[in-house]
Design a protein around this ligand. Structure first.
Ligand SMILES: Nc1nc2c(ncn2[C@@H]2O[C@H](COP(=O)(O)OP(=O)(O)OP(=O)(O)O)[C@@H](O)[C@H]2O)c(=O)[nH]1
Ligand SMILES: [Mg+2]
Length: 456
């Protein structure tokens, strides 16, 4: 066999290509992580404290869980009103996927339908999703092929669905904006708004949290894994959850922030100086494996807990099943922490915040985003309510505000810290105004899945 004499050279070429590509990747990552961009000095106002009365929110939360569960588990699946959500987005990460399913569940609850999922994306399968998360329904989980083929696409305008009289409708969901409905994030069921009146600072965020918490109810096997992981880590509360999103995200979607930028907030939250000698618990999740060593070296007095293999698989094997479980575990553990530091430009960071709102039993929860304000793609407009009158001082770029005015924030402004930019709905004037004179406004909408006289 003549080719055998070439075997040593083929072997050398394979070795060369393999090690060469590994070397190139290391150089690429080193460049990406360490040579990067301008440092933005963190400031206190990047943190928000959300307050609640846990006695009320826990009670109402249990009722909300029951309402979603009931709608998702009709006695007769065949005759039930259904929304088949076709998940299309390829290249959609885990946080993105959960937020897409969330959009579908908002719509299903709003239009009084049971949600069914049809995965049509190269990135995930239904089996994979259900290997970690409970099926959305115990009685109506399987999509009927005939219904999938023959049912019309959901149509409508505002809160009115023109396909309302069809028993089954479908909806393709990808990255495009879906403009036709008010059953979208940042709205809140009217009944819920009154039930939470005075009991929660951000009732619309809390509602998003409940919808996403339903989607991410973990399988019993994942609960067992989490218990073991926590034992191994020595996970204990109080703890700050720290999420550092780098790798692909900082190429052109988000800024690079140094570990010190994040730890500045962690230290503040832990009240290090006041608490004396006790070790401070930080649960770290990241897709940059170099962070852990750096953290151990620079912050030896902190108890930094991490699942290092998760960050390795998040960087090198993102498409693989082990990485899927890695992000599931990291998400759950982050959301069990008492405070959060991360970036809201990341779907993962935003998801952690939403889940924390549901899990938190304390009166206040502080979250620090080093970049954007909280948002949800495919949301309705973000509104604010004016608390204090404002007369522009230098007529240049500010608008006038009266108590009770509703302002909508310009969507291209991702951050509203000291000053916000938006349009006053009363007189359509657009300009800047001080952030401290407004508060988030939750838009109430009649979600039909709540019934008309639900006693919350
Ligand atoms: N295990 C683990 N994986 C992570 C972590 N951060 C990011 N990842 C991985 O990176 C992916 C990011 O997913 P996306 O949902 O797209 O979130 P994003 O990239 O932050 O946000 P967008 O690109 O804006 O959608 C996740 O699916 C994980 O695979 C982390 O802390 N732990
Ligand atoms: Mg992404």
């Amino acid at each position: 066999m003549r080719w055998k004499k070439y075997f040593p050279s083929i072997f050398v070429v394979i070795i060369f290509v393999f090690f060469g590509s590994q070397f190139a990747l290391i150089v690429y990552n080193a460049k990406m992580f360490h040579e990067t961009p301008q440092r933005v000095v963190p400031k206190n106002y990047q943190c928000t404290t959300v307050r609640q009365n846990p006695e009320t929110t826990v009670k109402v939360g249990k009722k909300v869980e029951k309402i979603i569960y009931k709608l998702q588990n009709p006695k007769q699946c065949k005759s039930a009103r259904k929304l088949i959500c076709i998940l299309l987005a390829g290249g959609c990460g885990h946080g993105c996927l959960i937020h897409h399913i969330g959009i579908c569940l908002f719509l299903a609850i709003g239009t009084n339908r049971t949600l069914q999922l049809h995965f049509d994306t190269p990135t995930y399968t239904k089996d994979q999703f259900e290997s970690a998360y409970l099926p959305l329904s115990e009685t109506c989980n399987e999509v009927d092929e005939h219904e999938l083929a023959t049912s019309p696409s959901m149509q409508g305008n505002g809160s009115h669905e023109t396909t309302e009289h069809h028993k089954v409708v479908k909806l393709e969901i990808e990255d495009a904006f879906i403009p036709f409905t008010n059953f979208a994030p940042l709205t809140i069921p009217t009944q819920l708004k009154s039930a939470l009146d005075g009991a929660h600072d951000r009732p619309h965020h809390w509602w998003i949290g409940h919808v996403l918490a339903y989607v991410t109810r973990v399988q019993p096997s994942v609960k067992v894994d989490l218990k073991q992981l926590k034992r191994k880590l020595g996970f204990s509360n109080p703890a700050v959850g720290l999420h550092i999103r780098r790798s692909d995200k900082i190429i052109n979607e988000a800024e690079f922030y140094s570990l010190e930028d994040y730890m500045y907030h962690v230290t503040n939250l832990l009240g290090l100086h006041r608490a004396g000698n006790s070790r401070m618990n930080v649960f770290l999740a990241t897709d940059d494996p170099s962070v852990y060593k750096e953290a151990l070296r620079k912050y030896p007095t902190y108890n930094i807990m991490t699942i290092h293999e998760n960050s390795l698989s998040a960087l090198w094997k993102r498409e693989k099943q082990e990485s899927f479980f890695g992000i599931v575990h990291d998400l759950q553990l982050l959301s069990e922490c008492d405070q959060f530091v991360g970036t809201f430009s990341s779907n993962v960071g935003r998801l952690v915040y939403s889940l924390m709102l549901v899990k938190s039993r304390k009166e206040s929860l502080t979250v620090c985003s080093l970049d954007d304000d909280y948002m949800y793609y495919k949301r309705i407009r973000r509104y604010q309510e004016v608390l204090t009158e404002h007369k522009p001082t230098n007529a240049s770029d500010e608008i006038e505000l009266q108590v009770g005015d509703i302002v909508h924030i310009n969507p291209s402004y991702y951050k509203c810290d000291q000053r916000c930019f938006g349009t006053n709905a009363r007189n359509r004037k657009t300009g800047f105004y001080p952030a401290k004179k407004v508060k988030e406004y939750a838009q109430p909408v009649m979600y039909r899945g709540f019934g008309w006289d639900n006693d919350l």
